[in-house]
Design a protein around this ligand. Structure first.
Ligand SMILES: NC(=O)c1ccc[n+]([C@@H]2O[C@H](COP(=O)([O-])OP(=O)(O)OC[C@H]3O[C@@H](n4cnc5c(N)ncnc54)[C@H](O)[C@@H]3O)[C@@H](O)[C@H]2O)c1
Length: 262
């Protein structure tokens, strides 16, 4: 009981304001919900404005929805300004929006390659650069970047995705060192899930020639023999966003049921 109470207190996010991209669905949406439950105000953005507005309305006044394409450089400035204006400050950025294509190296066009790098990698650079002045104004900050196990180990069907998520991993470390050198009170870490039961993975399963077999293959990829749940990733994201992780910086956190332990 005592341990449970301490753990609950450690991941509290009272009086913090978080900006979460790709928050209409999956991990982003679950993270927004968990952060609100722990006392934060959240700005939820997504390419799909109608869906993110619906998701935010379920969380009440603690959530504010905005349409955003994370690959659009100019929109980042507007979103950060809107977040500060709406909730008075900004302390946390969760660079979550992302996706990929299930294609072999030789089938991938240059245009597809560039789209995946823009969505997963360019967006993390743009977001980090855009929020830093706001986090400095707030006096404290945490940025959490959604990479993937595909940013740690290779997958022959996911060349563009692996390259983009590997870039997120190393950018995270370089950005953390940049902030530390500048004496900014901003920590930056990456999270590396394996297969989590979200629309992204569900569409990967549905698109495969044998969906049942594909689901079983993905489940067996992790030693725990199942897909991850969005709450299991959101829990780690909330920890890294909160002061409970105050000595964690430039680190990569796997949430993969042991997949990369093999
Ligand atoms: N689900 C997994 O198994 C898994 C595993 C490892 C890493 N990840 C990473 O976690 C993150 C979230 O994944 P998820 O499974 O929750 O995905 P998801 O598909 O459920 O949600 C992604 C959201 O991003 C939004 N989005 C797409 N393009 C966008 C853009 N240009 N601008 C703004 N929003 C955009 C989509 O509308 C969607 O709401 C991604 O970065 C993904 O690569 C997921």
């Amino acid at each position: 009981m005592t341990v449970a109470v301490i753990a609950f207190r450690m991941a509290q996010l009272s009086d913090r304001v978080a900006l979460i991209t790709g928050a209409a669905s999956g991990i982003g949406r679950a993270t927004a919900q968990m952060m609100v439950e722990r006392g934060a105000n959240v700005v939820m953005t997504d390419l799909d404005q109608a869906r993110v507005e619906a998701a935010a309305s379920e969380l009440g006044d603690a959530a504010h929805a905005l349409g955003q394409d994370v690959t659009d450089e100019a929109r980042w400035e507007e979103v950060v300004a809107a977040a500060e204006q709406h909730f008075g400050a900004l302390h946390i950025l969760i660079n979550n929006a992302g996706g990929g294509i299930l294609k072999g190296l030789e089938e991938t066009t240059l245009q597809e390659w560039r789209q995946v790098q823009a969505l997963n990698s360019d967006s993390v650079f743009l977001g980090t650069r855009a929020v830093l002045p706001a986090l400095r104004r707030a006096g404290t900050g945490s940025i959490v970047n959604l990479s993937s196990v595909a940013g740690l180990v290779g997958d022959g069907d996911l060349s563009a995705y692996c390259a983009s998520k590997g870039a997120v991993r190393m950018f995270t470390k370089a950005a953390a060192l940049y902030c530390a050198r500048n004496k900014d009170a901003v920590r930056i870490n990456s999270v590396h899930p394996s297969f989590v039961d979200t629309p992204l993975v569900q569409s990967m399963i549905a698109q495969s020639p044998d969906p049942d077999r594909m689901r079983r293959t993905l489940e067996r990829a992790a030693p725990v023999n199942r897909l991850g749940r969005v709450e299991e990733v959101a829990e780690v994201v909330c920890f890294l966003a909160s002061d409970a992780s105050s000595y964690v910086n430039g680190a990569e956190w796997t949430v993969d049921g042991g997949l990369t332990a093999r």
